[in-house]
Write a protein that binds this ligand. Structure first.
Ligand code: F6R
Length: 235
């Protein structure tokens, strides 16, 4: 089944997505929720918090992490704290993340893969990179890929440089496409005219590793929550 597409006027995008998330979680206590960081979800997270949304009956898993020292402002755990968790009166029942400071990153990825494989994910929110990546599953990633250490594409390094001062990351840890695509529901969050081309390719181009987000075409329960600018080429 191809993804459902919901086009939201720009000024209402954050509120619409934040409200939808609040309703989803209120109706389903115990949700295992996987979250991205970056620029796109910020307005939705802020609106969720402003509307009194709560995560205290939700188990949160971070989708990915950059290999950067603890406390670096571009780290995903720092971004999610700044952009989301610090804004809430009722934080997550549990927060799980990949630790790039672990002694063995291979063991750390295996731990996270097993943790998620247990009961899977109920809802995964995703952003999309300008090159079609989801999580840090860069072009070339296989749909059955596991949680692993990845080298970042140059466009991802450039994008990460905007998230915080200092040298940007060159490597990351990411949930693999297998676990992402096994999520029972996926919301792909896309905003801005600069994402229009890649969103079109992801939804209408060939399904394959060149554009990892294209695998969502084959996922049975994906909703694309886009603003008008990013939906500009969808026709
Ligand atoms: C971040 C992540 C990435 C971003 C993507 C879009 O946790 O998983 O895949 O979602 O790079 O980033 P923004 O939203 O900053 O354009």
């Amino acid at each position: 089944m191809s993804p459902t597409i919901e086009i939201i006027p720009a000024g209402q995008w954050g509120e619409a997505v934040g409200g939808r998330l609040a309703r989803f979680l209120a109706e389903r206590p115990g949700t295992r929720l996987c979250l991205p960081t970056g620029s796109t979800p910020g307005p939705a997270y802020a609106a969720f918090a402003a509307g009194g949304g709560r995560l205290d009956r939700t188990e949160v898993f971070l989708l990915d992490e950059f290999v950067l020292p603890a406390g670096h402002p571009a780290r995903c755990d720092e971004m999610i704290r700044r952009d989301f968790l610090d804004l809430l009166d009722h934080g997550p029942a549990a927060l799980h993340q990949l630790d790039p400071g672990a002694e063995s990153l291979t063991d750390e990825c295996a731990r996270y893969e097993a943790l998620i494989a247990g009961s899977g994910l109920d809802l995964t929110l995703l952003g999309i990179g300008g090159n079609g990546h989801i999580g840090l599953n860069e072009p070339g990633s296989a749909p059955d890929g596991i949680t692993r250490i990845v080298g970042l594409a140059s466009s991802t390094v450039e994008a990460a440089a905007r998230y915080g001062e200092g040298a940007p990351p060159q490597m990351g840890l990411t949930l693999g496409l297998a676990a992402v695509l096994a999520s029972r529901e996926i919301w792909l969050l896309v905003t801005g005219e600069h994402k229009a081309g890649i969103l079109y390719e992801a939804l209408h181009g060939p399904v394959g590793s060149d554009v990892p987000a294209s695998f969502l075409q084959e996922h049975p329960n994906t909703i694309v929550l886009t603003d008008e600018a990013a939906a500009g080429l969808l026709g």
